[in-house]
Design a protein around this ligand. Sequence first.
Ligand code: SF4
Length: 304
Amino acid sequence: MEGLFFDSWDTPVYRPPSEARSFILRVTRGCAHNRCTYCNMYRGVRFERLADEAVLRQIALAERYGKYGVRRVFLADGDAFVLDTDRLLAILAELRRRFPHLERVASYAAPRDILRKSPEEMERLRGAGLTLLYYGMESGDTETLAAVRKGVTGEESVAAGQRVIAAGMQLSIMTILGLAGQEGSRRHALATARALSAIRPTMWSALSLMLYRGSELKAQFERGEFHPLSPAGLMEELALLVEHVELPETERCLFRSNHVSNYIPLAATLPMEKERLLADIGRCWDYLASLRHWDVYNHDDTKF
Ligand code: SF4
């Protein structure tokens, strides 16, 4: 069935592309952290945990329209995982009760929220049906994470990812190419490669930096304090990163770089297709290095 969404608020809701057919259940509004310099998703939105009544109203509507059709649920907004474990467990129990064909529940999760939950709490949540977390790690580099005010160190970023995997959940990690600008590119790539190797995520999406209107990073760029990578520079950074990600032969990590922010879509299963992926990246670099003009804000979504 097509995705379901019942909401009477006028603030934006974001979800991963792979949740397009899910029932989007809003359990929070905005983002509790709301400080990352590259993000404008919830600027101006006051963070709020939705009351039981508001959550149950959405569930009741979804039951009315798709009791037997709802197989996947995505808990929104920006970091629904900020909710206490007991509250999440109660919501998961309600979802299981109302939707007999429910297969999985997923959510975005910020690293601090993951680390606030004990390994035992994580396992209980997985056992209750929350089996997939989307984690915007962005970088494994402490300096880069501090610069963009992610609120964690590189070590904490790794610990958060490992906690998800140890709980038996699927983990979809997002990283951002170009986040450390020209000066920090190599350091960001190498530390992120080490972090991914240590975490061993189920899926890894490499997005490219976009300078969003209203974001602090865009203002830094316009003041001459941040120097973004060129499209070819992004490919060089990706090549370095992929080259240094070391996963066991038995691992199957789905790599994607096909977000609207990316110049050329790329996909591979790692580590088995690493050499082919590096060859693809090389061909992309050949083309992108020939470009003489590009949108430095990376807002041109017709570039594919
Ligand atoms: S990137 Fe995620 S954690 Fe950071 S402000 Fe945006 S929604 Fe919140």
